[in-house]
Design a protein around this ligand. Sequence first.
Ligand SMILES: [Zn+2]
Length: 271
Amino acid sequence: MRSLSRILGSTAALLATLLCVEVAQAQHARPARAPGASRHAARPRVPPSASLGWANSGTLQFGRHLTESNEVRFLPGRVLHWGTDELVGLLERVGAATHRRFGAKLTVGDLSAQHGGPVGRHRSHQSGRDADVCFLARNYTARGNGAPVDLDDYVSFDANGRSLDGRFVFDTARNWGIVEALLSDRRVGVERVFISSPLRARLLAFGREHGASQGFLDRVALTLVQPRNVSPHDNHFHVRIGCPAGDTQCREGVRARRVVRRRPARRAARR
Ligand SMILES: [Zn+2]
């Protein structure tokens, strides 16, 4: 009896050994996972972004790329979609609010280049804190406001909220929604929103008539401005956020431009 159990025991041990070898061989035969394909592999940590210098004379470090989604679309033909973590996060939240409230997407034009610095078409947009946002519009119809439309280009609107080409109307209610989402964001402070004075007045009047608090209206009035010496911004919001906390080399405002005086001799030579 004792020898039988000894035989059974050593047979079981042999089977277990064979099984282990087989499993080990099978594991060895499994194709190697491509590097980085493991779901559990640690992702490299992305350093936080940093805005350096002024909006019109600066650069961007470790910028974040905005991506299109159900809530954000890019204006066709615009390719600068890098910003600070704060700016990209703000645009995502404003896009989400716009989608939630109106079923619309936020149409975003240029932000900054990947590493910031001077870019064509813009004096600023250099340090990852500027973004152009399209107005929300509706088709114009003789009987009133038509269906909402996603604009594929910047469209200028006059003081009556009608596009200069007559095809669209400025959707004051939904554009006020964008302003509300921008200026009530709890994480990011907006330094400026450039917009033409007549459209700014339309938005403020709408807010006043629809229950906005005086404190919020005052903030809107201080933040929304028509810029001087450049286009009045009657075709898009230009949003500039304040310097993010911790970005010690970030500068608010704009760098004063050097006035270059030509010498008379040179001026004469040019004639
Ligand atoms: Zn701009």
